[in-house]
Design a protein around this ligand. Sequence first.
Ligand code: RNT
Ligand code: ZN
Length: 442
Amino acid sequence: MTIKANYDSAKQEYEKWGIDVEAVFRQLQQVPISIHCWQGDDIEGFEVNKGELSGGIDVTGNYPGKAQTPEELRKDLEKALSLIPGKHRVNLHAIYAETNGEVVERDQLKPHHFENWVKWAKGLGIGLDFNPTLFSHEKADDGLTLAHPDPSIREFWIHHCIACRRIGAYFGKELGTPCLTNIWIPDGYKDIPSDRLTPRKRLKESLDRIFREEISEDYNVDSVESKLFGLGSESYVVGSHEFYLAYALTNHKLCLLDTGHFHPTETVSNKISAMLLYTDKLALHVSRPVRWDSDHVVMLDDELREIALEIVRNQALEKVAIGLDFFDASINRVAAWTIGTRNMMKALMYALLLPNDHLKQLQDEGRFTERLALMEEFKTYPFGAIWDYYCEQMGVPVKEAWLDDIKEYEQNVLFKRQASSPDFFRLDQQGTQYPSVFLLPP
Ligand code: RNT
Ligand code: ZN
């Protein structure tokens, strides 16, 4: 059967439940996912004097072909974007500035350091989001930034964040879509603190300073991202969930929930409805924590579907800014983006294809047997046939066909890049270099 024939018969099954599949397609096209650029280069960035990745986050793996220049990173992003249905956004970090070989301190960053990114985004007709980078820097070496006891270090980071909000506003103005500028800091302590309050007071004061400058929300919107623990901040994190939830609500900021930043059995899906009663908007970093905040590539798992369902059921597609945050260097990085983003889209489509009103009614009427039965039966409805047709309609590869594109790109582009470690390559009998890790044998 062809994709269309499969689709037609699947569509009928959903229509029996009053689900308008074409309307679902239209809705889905309106949902941008903010794709994090840092999956493409293991969060290295392009600073002239770049140091080691720090801040209690880590990337493992040494798959060959990572982007080492802004051009390479943009090219890789374009490849991934071409394999994902819909129009999305790209999320940058301050360390992705282009300074022409000049050392520019982070508190001195200016919009023009990002003009290549803006030009590129304009060409693609996509929006950009942004993040100040408060890690991988000598002034963050002891794991403290905006909450640092030394006022001069706090000052440096405050000015970095102020500079970043202005860069965010520049993105928003140039691209005609507000930039979400998200602040995440690593601040915390490895061991039990003797004072939990003072660092939090300092963080609050720093944030107040950062946000003092009024910037139109037509250009820049701010969010703050909490965390439970990090490597080196196992006992205490200054910017905890309660801290930022309260800060966001009282200061009209978006609270950003990273799915890896909570206790292992605590779910972000269960927080969305509670928060939306008190705030118009919130933001997500969708990630996959495997036993800890490991930032694995997002899978189409139960929690991803539940998050999508919460967004869809509560008519919150425009209220929840969906961003991704994972980094895996053990697999093809362009494939990682493609897999994770397609999964996010699949989860949203799955949620849109449920008889949500009916299911709500069953709950209100106490018909829990039917509620459970239907929710389970819908798991094996022909969702895949609808997804495939949607991909085809959107001009992107259907099913796993995108893997062929990636393999070709890997051979022609990624593996031709200079290796950053000699172990990446082996010599064949003719003496030509080839990467020692392949997606599939060539
Ligand atoms: C770290 C946070 C943060 C970073 C990115 C690179 O735990 O999740 O969002 O992953 O800013
Ligand atoms: Zn995050």
